[in-house]
Design a binder for this molecule. Structure first.
Ligand SMILES: Nc1ncnc2c1ncn2[C@@H]1O[C@H](COP(=O)(O)OP(=O)(O)OP(=O)(O)O)[C@@H](O)[C@H]1O
Length: 313
């Protein structure tokens, strides 16, 4: 198996007494698009800044390829990032902005023009950034990230402030980058904006890891199930085995998947099994995401035992 493109290992960032990123660990698989999800203030940007050597971690480390960002000899050729769309000099043109970056990236004028064309900004080459729309700024940020032709791309909320057309454009661009075998880590506080694009998800809240898995496994959390409580667990387990129901036990009782509550209730009644609770659970993935991240203040983010919820990586 290929080593991960990015490995975040026990990363922590404190600002005084405030812990913005709290012992965070996850990996980003080479050649896949990973959605880095969490509500506002959950620590996404802080994590990305540490990844990119822009901020020193309090403890832990972040590895890109096989080394920390600071140790990469020509970083722009390995990893490209767009963290903030607004940090351009308003008096510069789009081309001027890229020309300013070109020497440190190690590219010439032709590449600057080529990449502006690629992000759909060729008409705005000579227009000053001060007059750019939000969408144009996002495109210019992407152009800067892609200038050195990196294999790993890190984008912080690239859909922020974009209209629906712009969001579709970003999605298609990310897909085309992944189709070229590149690795993309893209942050968002809105699951819906990246859901149709990403292969994997990392969900954080309150600076802590809440969930990491493939999107498919994440969607599995929203599978319809029925919660069952009974004073006769052995009998229920025997019934589930006989009926071949997928059953699992958690702190809140049993969960049976892919069977409706009426079927379970009738079968339990016929088998003389006393039930104390029969509840429909799961459903819409957006709701699952909101439930997962709800109340993740600085003391939250994990269940009462301190275990991240649903970590599958
Ligand atoms: N330099 C700093 N000094 C003090 N606190 C900071 C600093 N940078 C970030 N924070 C705090 O750390 C927390 C995490 O911020 P961060 O920007 O990483 O979150 P985020 O998930 O990217 O949020 P958003 O989606 O709003 O961009 C926030 O409460 C923020 O106020």
């Amino acid at each position: 198996m290929q080593p991960p493109a990015i490995a975040v290992e026990n990363l922590t960032k404190r600002f005084g007494a405030f812990t913005a990123v709290d012992n965070l660990s996850f990996t980003v698989t080479t050649g896949r698009i990973t959605g880095f999800l969490g509500p506002n203030g959950s620590g996404k940007t802080t994590t990305l800044r540490m990844l990119l050597g822009l901020m020193r971690p309090t403890s832990g480390r972040a590895i890109i390829g096989d080394r920390p960002y600071e140790a990469i000899p020509r970083p722009a050729g390995v990893v490209g990032a767009a963290l903030e769309a607004s940090s351009f000099h308003p008096g510069r043109t789009g081309l001027g902005h890229l020309r300013m970056l070109a020497p440190q990236v190690g590219v010439g004028d032709a590449r600057c023009r080529e990449i502006l064309d690629f992000v759909g900004l060729s008409d705005a080459v000579t227009k000053r950034v001060g007059g750019y729309s939000m969408g144009m700024r996002q495109r210019l940020g992407l152009a800067a990230a892609l200038l050195g032709d990196p294999q790993i791309i890190i984008l912080d909320e690239p859909t922020n402030g974009l209209d629906p057309q712009g969001i579709v454009w970003i999605r298609e661009l990310l897909r085309s980058l992944a189709a070229q075998g590149r690795t993309v880590l893209v942050s968002s506080h809105v699951l819906g904006e990246v859901r149709s694009t990403v292969d994997d998800v990392v969900v954080i809240g309150g600076g802590r890891l809440l969930h990491a898995s493939s999107l498919t496994d994440f969607e599995g959390l929203a599978r319809q199930g029925v919660g069952v409580r009974t004073p006769a667990p052995e009998k229920l387990l025997a019934l589930a085995e006989e009926r071949r129901w997928p059953i699992s036990e958690g702190p809140a009782g049993f969960r049976i998947d892919d069977v409706d509550s009426a079927t379970i209730g009738s079968a339990a009644y016929a088998a003389g099994i006393e039930l104390h609770q029969l509840t429909d659970i799961g459903g819409d993935l957006e709701t699952v995401f909101l439930q997962l991240t709800a109340g993740t203040d600085r003391s939250g983010g994990t269940d009462r035992s301190g275990t991240p919820v649903g970590v599958a990586q």
